[in-house]
Design a protein around this ligand. Structure first.
Ligand code: FMN
Length: 437
């Protein structure tokens, strides 16, 4: 709908703002009175005249909310799970307080706080419970847990997260299966399940498997494109192939999710991930049908991120040339920030290690050139001589650390600027028209 006049000078775009515009039900005078009484303006409302009559169409940030099952968050941003130890309760709670979804990465938590000599499985389980309860104590918002299928204790971690009342489980890095104790109750338990995929084919295989074995399908899909940080679900040569870009991957997955919604009679939002850096990126993903985004790199470089300051400064100092692809002992490519450790490995130098617990099913300690779990823990703790930082393709664009709230505010402001530049925002391509108030 065209905006034809603006009787009161609009405030500069900032969060939150309202768009008041045409409707059959509320007259111009009533709309103006509402604004002038302060009800809308106290929220930082903008007054915009529509073609016909006026109505308060949307109040608060224009960025649409995200709903996964019965879980609804005002900010459609999931903070990507970041192991080992980069996203624990501190970061997850800060994102949850900012009304997004905060995610604890479950991989190797026990090794960080309990040391490598403890029973690996029970130490991880114990610390995951503690982290979920800390995040709950520090926020009333939505808390998820990321579990990588590639880790050998994934079943125990899924059970623990469900028992500890996580709102969401995000399952990535391999074919996500549920332990039978969880699969039996999957429709009754409050925890919702999100799978992370890097292709339409992977999504289809997972949905078929879940439908056959669990009589249900996942509640949402994260599509992680080739610009993401950490382990990547692509072959090396696919990473720079435009045919595998997130923009190309997303629309067919959105269409498949819509088809699955009809078949399974439930909503299945699609969430875009990998290289999303600004509010304008979020806006672009929404125009392609995403209903949310998952972001890792930007949250790794926040004040509240659970990594050491040394780790965060590696992001701040990095330049474009420092962002490299490594061959991880997991058998997948990974994106990281180059340093002496990665240079040595690239030259074929080995760092032999004794593996106390086989944390990754596909890592063979006899042949692996180094222990990736140890390298990631050391880096997270700031010991860059013995490890390296995983990071997304845009990490070099980080020039300073922000608080989570500063980051979120800037993302929403940028998103709103895109909406304003376009005129009127009708929500993500697939969502229903927002309700009027
Ligand atoms: C430091 C770091 C660690 C990560 N660890 C994990 C992990 O443990 N499990 C996982 O599924 N994804 C992991 N990821 C991927 C993120 O969850 C997220 O999907 C990805 O970083 C999104 O891309 P972006 O960093 O460009 O925003 C990691 C990413 C980073 C940067």
């Amino acid at each position: 709908m065209a905006i034809i006049a603006s009787p009161i000078q609009p405030k500069p775009l900032s969060l939150p703002f309202c768009i008041l515009y045409g409707s059959q039900t509320r007259g111009i005078d009533e709309g103006r009175e509402y604004y002038e009484r302060g009800a809308a303006s106290s929220l930082g409302a903008r007054w915009v005249l529509g073609e016909h009559e006026l109505m308060l169409r949307q109040c608060g940030p224009t960025i649409p909310s995200l709903q996964i099952g019965s879980l609804k968050v005002a900010l459609p941003i999931i903070q990507g799970g970041m192991g080992v130890g980069v996203s624990r309760s501190g970061l997850a709670a800060a994102v949850a307080r900012a009304e997004g979804i905060g995610v604890i990465a479950s991989v190797g938590l026990g090794a960080i706080t309990k040391g490598l000599d403890r029973d690996f499985v029970s130490a991880n389980q114990e610390v995951l419970r503690e982290e979920i309860s800390r995040a709950r104590a520090a926020s009333d918002g939505a808390i998820g847990v990321n579990v990588m299928s590639a880790v050998s204790d994934s079943a125990v971690l899924i059970e623990t997260a469900v028992e500890s009342g996580a709102d969401l489980l995000l399952l990535g890095a391999g074919l996500p299966r549920l332990p039978s104790s969880v699969a039996r109750r999957v429709k009754e338990i409050p925890t919702r399940f999100v799978v992370i995929v890097s292709s339409l084919r992977a999504m289809q295989i997972i949905f078929q498997l879940w439908s056959r074995h669990y009589a249900t399908v996942p509640d949402a899909v994260v599509v992680e494109g080739p610009l993401a940080g950490g382990h990547l679900g692509f072959r090396r040569e696919q990473l720079s192939d435009p045919a595998h870009s997130l923009e190309v991957l997303l629309p067919p997955i959105v269409a498949e999710a819509a088809r699955m919604e009809t078949v399974h009679q439930k909503s299945i939002p699609v969430i875009a991930a990998g290289g999303i850096f600004t509010g304008s990126d979020i806006h672009r993903m929404f125009s392609l049908g995403a209903q949310g985004v998952q972001m890792g790199t930007r949250f790794a470089a926040t004040v509240e991120s659970d990594a050491s300051d040394e780790f965060k400064q590696v992001y701040v100092r990095s330049s474009k040339d420092d962002i490299i692809i490594i061959d991880s002992p997991v058998g997948l490519p990974g994106r990281a920030i180059r340093n002496q450790f990665t240079d040595d490995i690239a030259l074929g130098l080995k760092r032999p290690f004794v593996c106390p617990f086989r944390c990754l099913t596909r890592c063979d300690p006899q042949t692996a050139p180094y222990c990736i779990a140890s390298a990631l823990v050391k880096a997270m703790q700031g010991d860059m001589a013995h490890g390296f930082a995983f990071a997304g393709a845009n990490a070099w664009r980080v020039d300073r650390l922000l608080t989570v709230q500063e980051l979120v505010t800037s993302l929403v402001d940028e998103f709103n600027e895109c909406v304003a530049a376009e005129g009127v925002w009708d929500g993500p391509a697939r969502s229903p028209v927002p309700e009027t108030v």
